[in-house]
Design a protein around this ligand. Structure first.
Ligand SMILES: Nc1ncnc2c1ncn2[C@@H]1O[C@H](COP(=O)(O)OP(=O)(O)OP(=O)(O)O)[C@@H](O)[C@H]1O
Ligand SMILES: [Mg+2]
Length: 318
């Protein structure tokens, strides 16, 4: 199955400030802000929605193609992804710019000062599904350059490519027209509960309107409360898989999507697709960063069986 994951590609630079930002921000001096924080720890992580989803999907035995734009600094990242079973042939390198980068500095009280440099991601609007080298069986349109996110659903519809619409955090950056076009005719819509409320507000669409236009399923993830899947006129409630330790939630949403896509690739019922998503998400919650987890398909299947008390995953994987 040819699965294309379209979305941002980014590096995360995560810094820890061993103090309190508030002590250095003087309310009486706010007419001129010039601060430099000496940080004692920095981690550089591979991130971006498309590689995050593709990484977990590859662990689950698929060979997804990442469609996105990266900069001149992508070399190591490409090698990492290829070594983990991700097809990076759909990544275009933009000469002379850096890969999108997220810089975040967090203090001891979890206050955060962050910037996101769009870099090469701004060129994602130049990519096109018309240039896909092979027929695409399924794609997911994940957070990316806003113009790219507007263009891809239209192309998918014109080309008859089934797509999962995943506007997520970019709901705030897309206008109501673009959002409505993305939702209308999508095979699946997936967002978290906060984004779902925002999506309804911005499009003026109701639950009924959304369920009527999305072809197969509307999925709303609800953090610790699990997820809801509306499909075939029914509501399925999928519980979370309790983590052994909740270390870092970065990338849980992306991992859920990868699990969901694995279930779809196997042609499994909705409840099982959601359960695979929930378990894939928990593995990410248990490690630092969105691509620090590792397991074999067999180990995943064993844990699935233990948690859900049924063998619906390995029964299909074989
Ligand atoms: N604390 C948790 N314990 C167990 N599972 C969790 C927890 N938080 C999230 N999950 C799992 O991950 C799924 C997606 O989480 P959530 O709704 O928080 O996504 P999100 O807000 O898009 O996350 P992200 O920060 O990655 O964008 C949930 O449906 C659930 O299965
Ligand atoms: Mg999310």
């Amino acid at each position: 199955m040819n699965i294309v994951i379209a979305g941002s590609i980014a590096f995360d630079y995560l810094m820890s400030f061993p103090g309190d930002f508030m002590e250095h921000i003087k309310p009486d001096k706010l007419n001129k802000l010039s601060l430099s924080f000496l940080v004692d720890e920095m981690r550089k992580q591979y991130g971006g929605c498309a590689p995050n989803i593709a990484f977990t999907l590859a662990l689950l035995g698929e060979r997804p193609v990442v469609m996105g734009t990266a900069g001149q600094d992508f070399g190591d990242y490409r090698a990492w992804l290829e070594a983990h079973g991700v097809d990076t042939s759909g990544v275009r390198i933009i000469p002379g710019v850096f890969t999108a980068s997220f810089f975040a500095n967090t203090d001891l009280n979890q206050n955060q000062i962050a910037s996101f440099y769009t870099g090469a991601m701004a060129y994602a609007r130049e990519l096109s599904f018309y240039d896909a080298p092979a027929p695409v069986d399924l794609t997911i349109v994940s957070p990316n350059d806003p113009l790219a996110m507007q263009k891809y659903p239209a192309e998918c519809k014109a080309l008859g490519i089934p797509y999962i619409y995943d506007p997520s955090q970019q709901v705030v950056r897309l206008d109501s027209e673009a959002l409505r076009e993305g939702v209308e005719g999508a095979d699946i819509l997936i967002v978290n509960d906060y984004e779902y409320e925002l999506l309804k507000e911005r499009t003026g669409m109701s639950d009924t309107d959304i369920c009527a236009t999305v072809k197969h399923a509307v999925i709303v993830t609800r953090g610790e409360q699990g997820s809801l899947i509306w499909a075939d006129g029914e509501e399925i409630s999928v519980p979370v898989v309790p983590p052994q330790q909740a270390l870092d939630p970065t990338g849980v949403g992306d991992a859920y999507r990868a699990g969901l896509i694995k279930g779809l690739a196997l042609g499994l019922p909705w409840r099982i697709c959601g359960q695979i998503g929930a378990l894939a998400a928990t593995y990410v919650l248990e490690t630092h960063g969105p691509q620090a987890h590792a397991y074999t398909l067999a180990a995943f299947g064993e844990r699935y069986k233990t948690v859900f008390g049924e063998d619906t995953f390995t029964a299909y994987v074989g």
